[in-house]
Design a protein around this ligand. Structure first.
Ligand SMILES: NC(=O)C1=CN([C@@H]2O[C@H](COP(=O)(O)OP(=O)(O)OC[C@H]3O[C@@H](n4cnc5c(N)ncnc54)[C@H](OP(=O)(O)O)[C@@H]3O)[C@@H](O)[C@H]2O)C=CC1
Ligand SMILES: O=C1OC[C@@H](O)[C@H](O)[C@H]1O
Length: 393
């Protein structure tokens, strides 16, 4: 293959909900629209545990090629020899069983966040990927944004000195009268059977910023798992509604403050009026990240020398004009493609070891808050016939 021929990855999409649609539409954009020329993506199959018809409707809706195969079960998808990698887009409750199903069938996996319900499940998936020599990655898309790459470069180049503290918030204001939260109790955001709660759904992004700035950017030998102090308020469903975590990295004398809530909003008007959702603070200045923690769009760099004038860097998410689409999830897909091309089993931007430490922080937070999830979704015993794999709800 000549070096000018892009490497093609053939994707299988497992589930047909909101994020599956958003991600698949990104896969179908022209990589040239984001100035990527070395990799490309094909969507070859989609599976729905609800029905084959639903998978077929999805294929039409996202405007995938008519040759895309529709399956009415996850089992059929993972057995398809034309699929190189499976994108797991079910609720977090299902990730462990669904990702295991794919790995067990010899497929590479990109799995939505939060990676699993427990750290033990994450460890099991990683052991399986390692023993089967397969690629496996947690789909924390924000890490692959040019904006995130720039933040990591600024930190490692010493632009704000030693980083001592990061304050990161991802909260959505869904407070409702009479102590309610404005999601039906069955919704995956608050339903404990689907591993609902602020932490696993949103808090993972606040933790991502703490880890990108205080952990990932450290030399390998200096990385340390943090001490964790958590305060958790539970909703009547048993899921956490407001969770605040202090992470202490003693060797580095640094603290991370990760905040998440379903009651109050990081950005009440979605117009940046509330200021930075993330502040990365160093001895010489700070980097402020503007926009929601999962899809930020601006950096403000303020140093002791700034003299009241922040350096502002804007990051626009490119659109494929022909499809009139571009959400920003294509960068993580490009990363997965390059790893497959280069024979790498894990991404350097979010290595397995880091996913484990983050899951351990979430475990500890939930333990301190007394949040527990049902055995069906927290077991680390793989069962191909689990209802989570067969869709028998
Ligand atoms: N990276 C990001 O920006 C985002 C990531 N996410 C993550 O993606 C995952 C899915 O979220 P989202 O797409 O919003 O969820 P949806 O409820 O919209 O979709 C989930 C899909 O999973 C399948 N599914 C299988 N069993 C169940 C079940 N018991 N209940 C509900 N769905 C089931 C269904 O597809 P089918 O019937 O076809 O099998 C369903 O459409 C979550 O882990 C979430 O954290 C979500 C939003 C944004
Ligand atoms: O990952 C996510 O990012 C966007 C949020 O709206 C969504 O709830 C969450 O799953």
């Amino acid at each position: 293959m000549s070096s000018s021929t892009p490497y093609t990855v053939r994707w299988g999409i497992l589930a047909t909900g909101w994020i599956a649609e958003t991600f698949t539409k990104d896969l179908l954009t022209n990589p040239a629209s984001r100035d990527v020329h070395d990799v490309r993506h094909e969507v070859v199959a989609v599976s729905s545990s609800s029905s084959k018809d639903r998978a077929a409707e999805f294929i039409k809706k996202v405007d995938a090629p008519s040759s895309t195969k529709a399956y009415g079960s996850y089992h059929e998808l993972v057995a398809d020899p034309d699929v190189d990698i499976i994108y797991v887009a079910t609720p977090h409750s299902h990730h462990f069983q669904n990702a295991m199903l794919a790995l067990d069938a010899g497929k590479n996996v990109l799995c939505e966040k939060s990676l699993t319900v427990t750290a033990a499940q994450t460890r099991k998936l990683i052991e399986t990927a390692r023993s089967k020599n397969l690629f496996f990655m947690e789909a924390v898309w924000t890490r692959y944004f040019p904006l995130s790459i720039k933040v990591r470069e600024l930190i490692t180049s010493g632009a704000i000195g030693n980083v001592y503290r990061t304050i990161a918030d991802l909260s959505v204001g869904r407070d409702a009268p009479e102590g309610k939260i404005d999601f039906p109790d069955t919704n995956r955001m608050v339903n404990a059977d689907l591993a609902g709660g602020a932490l696993l759904d949103l808090g993972i992004y606040a933790l991502t910023w703490v880890f990108q700035s205080l952990y990932h950017t450290q030399p390998e030998v200096e990385k340390e798992a943090p001490n964790v102090i958590a305060a958790v308020n539970k909703y009547h469903t048993g899921a956490d509604e407001t969770t605040s975590i202090i992470l202490q990295f003693p060797k580095h004398r640094s603290h991370g403050i990760a905040l998440t809530s379903l009651r109050v909003a990081s950005e009440p008007d979605n117009k940046d009026t509330a200021g930075a959702s993330i502040r990365i603070q160093g001895g010489l200045g700070e980097i402020q990240v503007i926009g929601p923690a999962y899809r930020p769009h601006q950096l403000r760099i303020i140093t002791k020398e700034s003299d009241g004038k922040a350096e502002i860097l804007d990051f626009v998410i490119p659109k494929d004009k022909e499809r009139d689409w571009g959400h920003g999830m294509f960068w993580e897909a490009d990363e997965a493609a390059r790893c497959l091309r280069d024979g790498q089993k894990e991404s350097k931007t979010l290595p397995w070891s880091e996913s484990i430490v983050i899951m351990e922080v979430m475990d500890e937070t939930l333990r301190q808050g007394g949040v527990t999830y049902p055995e069906l979704i927290s077991t680390d015993v793989f069962d191909p016939q689990s209802p989570l794999n067969t869709g028998k709800r």
